[in-house]
Design a protein around this ligand. Structure first.
Ligand code: PLP
Length: 429
């Protein structure tokens, strides 16, 4: 496999973009493989700048649930573009998409569209502080809620990959009121709430942690969290930027039977365009300007092209009764194939899955916490990544990111992936 064009773009890119990228994980810094430049994609496939073809499990970090460049979504975006890409005025599509979100996610009374998951989480935190009149925010280790200052504490995703769980340039004043606790640890949660009684505005949680690898909530953790936050008068925020419309139309809150006060959405709901949303209880949401005193705004918020792509995506997801079940079946088959190949090769490996989400940990410990996720053998992951890449299978260039199966991944594609990765494991990583 030749990576000449990618190497050329990287050489040129570092002179005009920082690290030749606009989001850190794209630099492949953690896998020591040649950095790839994407040229095009369709269905489950992605082609790099050299024309190499890959079966893609990054899928734009979860955006692409229908597969890349899904024709009805492309058509909807093109139609919208022809009528003007941005007006700076309200449009009917925004109301339709909000109504659709409300129909599927019962905890949403009202919604505000923004342009990224980061903004959705930032706005949810601001609203929680305004609603409760309290200051502190509780989050969980290894969770990622976007890149705004007060949530970059022990965060996952690129921060974790690059070994910068908090990062520089953030004033201590902005993180002083952020508490980070181990995910799935009810004892620690209880103690922290007792210690900070009357001071915590909100708990923000990824109901399935997806940014330190995939880590499932254990037992009734989410229901417990719901009960505790209600009793203590705290706002419960579910960051469903990945899990929303990924685990099912009702998101993780439906799957786990726990309703938050506020929900953050992103990724899938923009159909490949920049969209985020925050929504939830009327009395909290109505604090936003112009109805209430909490300020939030955006030139491109509710952008008509993004909204059209999002609407079309959700319509396609609604249209197939078996879509989520099929995604899960394929993901389980893939996970079983990976486990079997690893066992045959004598490689210690744990695969966590839920719905069409999965991730690998090169460890012999069950991974139900951030601490357990950190036991993964990162050097081995890097070798796995390179081996697969050369076999035409693209996994995330980081040991701590989730992998995604799309509706475009057919049974034959899954089969081909299992065959390819089995050969890589057999040859030793
Ligand atoms: C991706 C992600 C975000 C941030 O969304 P952006 O659109 O990248 O700003 C927030 N929370 C979670 C759980 C995410 O996975």
């Amino acid at each position: 496999m030749i990576f000449k064009q990618s190497a050329r773009w990287r050489g040129r890119g570092v002179r005009s973009l920082v690290g030749a990228v606009n989001s850190p994980v794209r630099s492949f810094a953690a896998v020591e493989s040649p950095m790839l430049f994407a040229a095009k994609a369709g269905g489950p496939y992605l082609w790099d700048a050299d024309g190499n073809k890959y079966i893609d499990y990054i899928m734009s970090w979860g955006v692409g649930i229908l597969g890349h460049a899904y024709p009805p979504v492309v058509a909807a975006a093109v139609r919208a573009m022809k009528h003007g890409a941005s007006f700076g005025l309200a449009t009917a599509g925004e109301i339709r998409l909000a109504e659709k979100l409300k129909r599927h996610i019962k905890s949403l009374d009202k919604v505000r569209f923004v342009t990224s998951g980061t903004e959705a989480c930032m706005t949810a935190v601001r609203l929680s502080r305004a609603f409760t009149g309290k200051t502190k925010i509780l989050k969980f280790d290894g969770a990622y809620h976007g890149h705004f200052d007060s949530l970059l504490v022990k965060s996952g995703s690129g921060n974790l990959t690059l070994g910068l769980p908090s990062g520089k340039g953030i004033l201590p004043a902005y993180t002083r009121d952020t508490l980070s606790l181990p995910f799935n640890d009810i004892g620690m949660l209880k103690a922290a709430i007792a210690r900070n009684r009357g001071e915590i505005a909100a708990v923000i949680v990824e109901p399935v942690a997806c940014n330190a690898g995939v880590i499932l909530p254990q037992g009734d953790f989410l229901k417990y969290l719901r009960r505790m936050t209600k009793e203590a008068g705290m706002v419960l925020i579910f960051d469903e930027v990945i899990t929303g419309f990924r685990l099912g139309l009702g998101g993780a809150q439906k799957v786990f039977g726990a309703e938050p006060d506020l929900t953050c959405l992103g990724k899938i709901i923009g159909g490949g365009f920049p969209v985020g949303a925050v929504g939830g209880r009327r009395e909290i949401m109505d604090l936003l300007a112009p109805v209430g005193p909490v300020y939030q705004a955006g030139t491109l918020a509710g952008n008509p092209v993004a909204i059209a792509a999002g609407l079309q995506t959700l319509e396609c997801l609604e249209a197939s009764a078996s879509l989520y079940k099929d995604l899960e079946t394929k993901t389980f088959r893939l996970a079983a194939g990976i486990r079997q190949a690893a066992a045959a090769a004598g490689v210690a490996l744990k695969v966590n899955t839920i719905g069409s989400l999965f991730s690998l940990f090169f460890t012999d410990q069950p991974v139900t916490s951030y601490a357990a996720a950190l036991t993964t053998d990162k050097a081995r992951y890097a070798r796995w990544f390179s081996g697969l890449c050369r076999a035409g299978i693209l996994f995330p260039p980081s040991a701590f990111e989730a992998c995604f199966v799309s509706a475009g991944h057919t049974d034959a594609v899954i089969e081909k992936t299992v065959k390819g990765l089995t050969r890589v494991l057999e040859s030793g990583i």
